[in-house]
Design a protein around this ligand. Sequence first.
Ligand code: ASP
Length: 303
Amino acid sequence: MWAIVIHGGAGQITSTSEREHEVLLEAVKSGAEVLASGGSALDAVEKAVLVMEDSGLFNAGSGSCLNIAGEVEMDAAIMSGGRAGAVACVKRIKNPIKAARKVMELTDHVILSGEFAERFAIKMGLETSNFITEEKMERYRKLMEVFNRKEWYYKLNKDLLDRYPELIHGTVGAVAIDSKRELAAATSTGGVWLKLPGRIGDSAVIGAGTYADERVAISATGIGEYIIKMGFGIRASVMAEMGMKADEIARALIAKTSSEFGRGIAGVIVVDRNYRIGVDYNTAGMRRGWMRSDMKRPVVVDL
Ligand code: ASP
């Protein structure tokens, strides 16, 4: 048996294009193919995230948002079998999730950030790319106008998100369990529009936005600062240890987030060691999809 769940970010999702739907489907299918052919959960989550990073349609890889200095700074993490790796604030690496895996497999560290993380990834043979497009600059200029009118500044709280809910959606993530009962999680993001340079979000923080152990795997999306403070991954692990199921864990994480910080904050996907799936969010929507070996075809929910 095996299972995979993916997300394409939580937030205010007003519409999903056909292409976005196709990419989500392709991401689930590509991870499912790895698992169906006896591959590892680790390879499956990496594959699913790669598809979404490369699409340019989500806030990860080529679709990453811009920080307040008009630069791309991406975070990504991967974890499986007691090993974990992450990169933070990388500007040019085409696939940050691959760089995270290199950190996991080739270093004694868990997170590498900034310039050195980039140098390391390039040395390990990873491709670079320029992700600053005219379309993104246009959006950046519009957001900066709001910023300069002092109507907005980087104060990620509920009021802000009520006004600009589109600011947080689009991160991508995947969790999976393979036929050997190994669990894995992967998350990749451009972060949040107009974040300060050097800001690291929850996606790169093992135990917060990305986590997998022998009982549970989670990938979160939403406002990273809250997800870090909540310690989503570690909480999920404790809940699984207490015997809670994937869907109960997802619901409990989001209920706690809502009671501590309000709504419009986060979403999470969960898989547990008994191949159960959990999904919950307190934003308007969360793009997601899943497939299990006992299902005929994958399911994708666009909103
Ligand atoms: N969690 C990501 C971050 O704060 C953003 C997102 O999920 O959209 O960097």
